[in-house]
Design a protein around this ligand. Sequence first.
Ligand SMILES: [Zn+2]
Length: 159
Amino acid sequence: MTFLEKQTDPTSPMHWRGNMQADYLYLSGVAGDKFFKHLMKNDTFLATKCPECNKVFFPPRLYCEDCFCEIPEEKWFEVPSKGSIKLFTIATIDSYGKKLKEPKVIGLINIDQTDGSLLGVIKTDKPDEELQGVHVEAVLKPKDKREGTLKDILYFKKK
Ligand SMILES: [Zn+2]
């Protein structure tokens, strides 16, 4: 089959196997840029608060997704890089299906003082323990090693 072959049977779509290069660049946007630049120099996170409904966005947003109003500069503020585990799972294989040397706990963490959450690795000595509701804090890379990405957050640990 070639790329120029005419499709005559709509129930039998053409297909071919191969690799396709897909280069992409993810832009974090204005709010994300400000969040990551702050994280490079500080051990806290940034959040924004809607002036209309008081919803606290983490990660920070420029507009309220409920009210559609703009969130002004004075509604940006720091929150501690801490939170409580909303839910978690224990991974035993990596994204390629290869068995991990040791189980990895991954959790959704509700960030303190916000209505938002963040996925993160949770370091624990006992991966089989109940972690829901446990309070954790972020362990960040040393400031001189930070690159302004989520990888600056190494993991979360129990307080
Ligand atoms: Zn709002």
